[in-house]
Design a protein. Structure first.
Lengths: 231, 472
């Protein structure tokens, strides 16, 4: 749910990656600009006035971090999300210190990219947690940490409730296992055990919220992750 | 300009020659002094005997002049004494007799106070012709008259002999030194020969023939010991190198498998149809495979990270109990699903401080516990028992009731990319790096991890961790 056609600039030198991003982000409802070099990108930052910049760090001729520093030096108002395969803690720290708003390591899951872009653009608005969330006949009360389906309260463990809330907050969009590991389990790295845990936890949640009902809300999207929506 | 030979052989020889020269000079000086002393003493002794002999031969003639009995010269042993110098004076200082060898020169001038009173006085006298004589004086009473007999020998011949000896040494010492230098050079060469051989051998060792070793001529000498130590170093290097090679090969294999799957799935889907459902199915498969690929890369990075972490004691500490609690809380759900209970024994013993990279130890424990849960049959128990094996060491035993580990595979399960050939576990195995990472991390922290070979009712993983005392 992007705010009225936010403009996104992608600076990425790998053409296939760039094409895929452009097409994916455009179909998510954004206006998209793309550049393959730092100079071109810099020109578009000035002429196109995008709201959000997706910046690859390894660019020909000029480092992505230089571009970022230049943008911050000139005081241009733009959100910056770094996309890079340099993914150590030190790299992250340096990127954020240079003025990035967020940092996503390659390979990332596309739903996660969209979620983060949304989050960055939402920062313009004051955060107002919704009083209740509804998906079909499932409703959530985040304040009292209660969930109801067809009016009946569901008996959920705290972790199950967090998982359900996170899925509901993403409004029918697919969330990847990476996102769940990071945002629900608060694990910094992803490894085999956590994937298993996520799968089992989702299966248990599904048993509680879906099994007794005809309409299944919790969907598994093969290869991508999970989503909570009416079929 | 300083001349400093860089060659060890030359340096050794120079030192050797230098020390030898010093020794020879000290030796020659001592010998010279000793020789001189001995000869002088001999002279004194001869002179005393001569005086005694002469005393018996002297007599006053009819005119009152002092005479020497002529038959003295006919004695064979006296012929050696022809260069003897003799002067006899009476107490008033008047010369009564002077030997012809003196050529009218005085032997020591006027009488001295108390000369010859106390037995045989010895002194060095310079004659008027410039030569030196070693003289003894003695008071003698004969025929009622008291005389002083002075008897001496010219020191010339003695000194000549000493100078000859000295000259001989002067020639002999450099000659000896030259010989020693040649010998030293060749000895040094021979002693250093094994070193040269080792150097040329070592120069030829490269990554392609890391299996080569240095020859050890004599294991007990210093060079042999060096070669032995060097060979051990090569051994370790070779092992590390082989491990790295094998690992790279394994890693590329493990990466190639999902890549091949991605390629085949895509190719088949493209060739087969234009049906969107088929494409959807293929793409999902591709995504799953790429997920696998990503996991392998992540695991490899964890391994690399674990390998480059500093040893445990350089790290800040953390409380083990809290970490174990987190791991159990996270993985518990896997057990609950199949009614596998996690039971802790003596958890209070885990309230200790461990110095290591916390996030890596967490991954290690998680991998081990995950393994145990994965292999546990329905309605069984996984036991985590803590035991203080010594004051500075805590043993964690993670035990399941699963199929256990086949005989002979207890240490192999820690190998990288090891997957059991047992069909019961093959389906559930992951990337095959979990236990390898665990082993690396635990050993980095100064601990030990192994599976109990005597335990038959499942698998029992024993982790020994060094811990700090205190924290009750």
């Amino acid at each position: 749910m992007p705010s009225t056609a936010s403009k996104v600039l992608i600076i990425e030198d790998d053409r296939k990656m760039s094409d895929a991003l452009v097409s994916g982000i455009r179909s998510a409802g954004y206006e998209v600009l793309a550049a393959s070099t730092a100079e071109e990108g810099f020109f578009l930052v000035h002429s196109g006035q995008p709201d959000l910049l997706l910046l690859d760090l390894t660019l020909p001729h000029r480092n992505g971090l230089d571009v970022l520093r230049q943008i911050r030096k000139e005081g241009i108002d733009i959100r910056v999300l770094i996309l890079t395969s340099h993914n150590t803690v030190d790299d992250r720290v340096e990127g954020l210190r240079s003025g990035a708003d967020d940092y996503l390591g390659k390979p990332f899951s596309f739903p996660e990219l969209l979620a983060r872009m949304d989050a960055l653009l939402r920062r313009f608005l004051p955060p107002t947690p919704p009083a209740s969330l509804k998906v079909g006949d499932l409703s959530l009360d985040p304040k009292n940490r209660m969930a109801y389906r067809a009016g009946e309260p569901l008996d959920l463990t705290p972790r199950e409730f967090d998982l359900l809330l996170y899925l509901a907050e993403n409004g029918g969009r697919t969330v990847s296992r990476e996102m769940l590991a990071k945002d629900v389990w608060r694990e910094t790295s992803r490894f085999t055990p956590i994937d298993n845990v996520i799968d089992v936890q989702v299966a248990r949640l599904r048993r509680k919220i879906d099994d007794p009902f005809n309409v299944k809300l919790l969907q598994t999207v093969r290869g991508l992750g999970f989503s909570l929506r009416e079929p | 300009m300083t001349l400093k030979p860089t060659n060890l052989r030359t340096r050794l020889t120079l030192w050797y020659v230098g020390v030898l020269a010093l020794l020879l000079i000290v030796y020659a000086t001592v010998v010279l002094a000793f020789q001189y002393g001995v000869l002088t003493h001999q002279l004194y002794h001869d002179e005393v005997q001569d005086v005694v002999t002469v005393e018996g031969l002297l007599y006053f003639g009819e005119l009152g002049e002092l005479q020497l009995q002529q038959n003295y010269y006919s004695r064979p042993q006296s012929h050696l004494l022809v260069d003897r110098l003799m002067e006899v004076r009476d107490l008033s200082g008047k010369v009564l007799y002077r030997s012809s060898t003196l050529h009218d020169m005085t032997l020591g001038g006027p009488l001295r106070e108390g000369e010859g009173d106390a037995g045989f006085d010895e002194r060095l006298v310079r004659l008027s012709d410039g030569s030196h004589a070693f003289v003894v004086s003695h008071i003698h009473t004969m025929q009622g008259r008291t005389v002083v007999i002075r008897l001496g020998y010219d020191l010339g011949p003695l000194r000549d002999r000493m100078i000859q000896f000295f000259l001989m040494l002067l020639i002999a010492i450099p000659l000896a030194l030259a010989l020693a230098a040649v010998a030293g050079q060749s000895i040094a060469k021979r002693a250093l020969q094994p070193l040269e051989q080792m150097t040329s051998r070592a120069e030829r060792i490269t990554s392609s023939n890391l299996g080569d070793r240095l020859d050890i001529a004599n294991e007990r000498d210093e060079l042999g010991n060096m070669a032995r130590v060097f060979n051990l170093l090569l051994e370790r290097l070779e092992q590390a190198f082989r491990q790295l090679q094998r690992f790279t090969a394994d890693a590329s294999h493990e990466l190639r498998t999902p890549l091949a799957a991605i390629r085949t799935i895509s190719e088949v889907a493209l060739a087969k149809s234009t049906n969107a459902e088929v494409y959807r199915e293929a793409l999902s498969n591709v995504l799953e495979e790429s997920g696998r690929l990503n996991q392998t890369v992540d695991s490899l990075l964890s391994l690399a990270r674990a390998e480059s972490t500093p040893p445990g004691d350089a790290q800040p500490g953390f409380i083990l109990r809290e970490l174990i609690g987190e791991v159990i809380a996270l993985l518990e759900v896997l057990g609950e699903e199949r009614s596998v209970r996690i039971v802790e024994e003596h958890p209070e013993l885990a309230v200790v401080e461990v110095h290591a990279d916390r996030s890596l130890v967490r991954v290690a424990l998680m991998n081990v516990l995950h393994n145990a849960l994965k292999l546990s049959p329905t309605e069984s128990t996984v036991t985590i028992a803590f035991e203080r094996s010594s004051t500075s060491c805590l043993q964690i035993a993670i035990q399941d009731q699963g199929p256990g580990i086949a005989h002979g595979e207890h240490s192999k399960v820690f190998d990288r990319f090891y997957t059991s050939c047992d069909r019961a576990t093959a389906g559930t195995s992951g990337v095959g790096l979990g236990l390898a990472i665990a082993k690396l991390v635990i050993e980095r922290a100064g601990g030990r991890i192994r599976f109990d070979e005597d335990f038959q009712q499942g698998a029992k993983c024993l982790i020994d961790l060094p811990v700090s005392v205190g924290f009750d």
